[in-house]
Write a protein that binds this ligand. Structure first.
Ligand code: FAD
Length: 411
């Protein structure tokens, strides 16, 4: 690799767009292929805190993020009649709880990245409706055959094509080898904002086998619905929207609160998203000149609350290392993995014990979970809760030349 280096990024989500942005800023020729015909909308609030916020600052993304920031003041649990029984204000965990001080919807964050890419004067070559069909590794590059029939050779391929990454399958092996099912599914979609919803609060209703909630949206006329289901894995659900929506109807039938309203609005949602909760663990993030970034390489699932943060941090480190050693990708990829690995275990931890704690299987478990939520939120315990949560999400990320802001030293 060197002056004429050409890198292919597969996937135009948060990881793919962030790595492309940093590569073109470093003057590296970059092509991005995204399977969807246009940037994918959708997703609800994602958190930026600690290191990911620092990285967003260094990438110069904060002005765009601030413009689109959500007004989310905290989370409230309600019962089937909509009566609040526990309330977690955003500052309860010192900014490290379920609501961070910087919240932006995933779609809006993607828009910020695409705007920043636009400001580079279209330096990256974007191809929507395109994807990789075959990869052939050579010592000094990768030959790629695309769905369109094109065949091209790149110095390096970045697989940023999400939790079900095709790049990972082609270069490392079948998904089952690296992915662990975490016991359920999650769904996000936009609905018209119902009357009576408390402004600025994420409202959650834990039912018997599902949690359903509504989060504030930037548009005051809409809200972001979220559902988390606890069910065994069913491969037939993948890609079958009718079956996915039928399952949501079944599991929310007894939920009460605004569940019937949310289910009625669901088929009209412009951005219905449904996927399994899975964790991805790779023995290595690269194989020759093919490297993984974001969920493709280290998904902790939306339950970890760190997917977007890690996508941003990982993309920043990968591009920084490649730009620092353009003629030595082997060293760059080794450095990328060395810097990232210590951060991944912490990032993949599931707060509060994951799905079994969030959605206990028995009535007594649900009662205990509800009592625990009340205790954690109780006013006399708030200073202790804040102290116990402090530090989560903090980590040292090296800085690279070209940062908009540099405030932490290289390790
Ligand atoms: C529509 C959508 C909504 C989401 N909403 C939330 C949310 O509300 N909360 C949350 O915690 N997480 C959400 N996620 C997951 C979250 O975006 C990721 O965990 C995190 O941002 C890491 O992003 P990523 O770029 O690695 O993966 P992703 O965001 O999944 O992006 C991967 C991109 O690759 C594209 N792609 C897939 N296969 C191919 C292929 N073969 N070739 C080329 N391109 C391909 C996809 O279309 C997608 O644009 C959502 C993901 C999507 C796609």
């Amino acid at each position: 690799m060197g002056k004429e280096t050409h890198i292919l990024v597969s996937g135009g989500g948060i990881a793919g767009n962030a790595v492309a942005l940093q590569l073109v800023r470093a003057g590296i020729r970059t092509t991005v292929v995204e399977r969807a015909g246009a940037p994918r909308p959708g997703g609800q609030a994602v958190d930026l805190r600690g290191a990911s916020r620092e990285v967003a600052e260094r990438m110069g993304l904060m002005p765009g993020i601030r413009d689109r920031q959500l007004d989310e003041r905290g989370m409230v649990y309600v019962d089937r009649r909509g009566r609040a029984y526990a309330r977690m204000p955003a500052d309860l965990f010192g900014g490290n709880g379920p609501v961070a001080d910087v919240e932006i919807t995933r779609g809006d964050l993607n828009e910020v990245l695409l705007e920043a890419l636009g400001a580079t004067g279209g330096a990256a070559d974007y191809r929507y409706g395109e994807w990789i069909e075959a990869l052939t590794r050579h010592d000094d590059g990768v030959e790629v055959r695309f769905a369109s029939g094109r065949v091209e050779t790149y110095d390096l391929v970045v697989g940023a094509d999400g939790v079900h990454s095709a790049t990972r399958r082609l270069a490392f092996g079948p998904e089952e080898r690296f992915s662990t099912y975490l016991g359920g599914y999650t769904s996000y979609f936009t609905v018209p904002r119902p009357d009576g919803l408390e402004p600025g609060w994420m409202t959650m209703r834990p039912a018997s086998r599902a949690v359903v909630g509504l989060r504030p949206d930037r548009d005051p006329a809409t809200a972001k619905a979220l559902v988390i289901l606890r069910v065994p894995a069913d491969p037939a659900l993948r890609g079958d929207v009718v079956a996915q929506q039928q399952l949501l109807r079944e599991l929310l039938a007894d939920a009460g609160w605004l569940a019937p309203y949310i289910l009625e609005a669901m088929p009209q949602a412009p951005d219905f998203y449904f996927d399994e909760l899975a964790r991805v663990d790779m023995p290595n993030l690269s194989a020759g000149r093919i490297v993984l970034s974001g969920d493709a390489g280290y998904c902790g699932s939306p339950l970890s609350g760190m997917g977007t943060a890690m996508a941003l941090i990982g993309a920043y480190v990968l591009a920084g290392e490649l730009a620092a050693a353009p003629s030595d990708p082997e060293t760059a990829l080794t450095r990328y993995e060395t810097v990232l690995t210590p951060l991944l275990e912490q990032a993949k931890q599931l707060p509060g014990g994951g799905l079994p704690m969030m959605l206990p299987a028995t009535g007594i478990g649900r009662l205990l979970s509800r009592t625990a939520a009340r205790i954690v939120c109780a006013r006399p315990l708030r200073p202790l809760t804040t102290r116990m949560a402090s530090g989560a999400g903090d980590c040292a990320v090296p800085s690279y030349p070209g940062d908009a802001t540099v405030s932490s030293p290289a390790p």
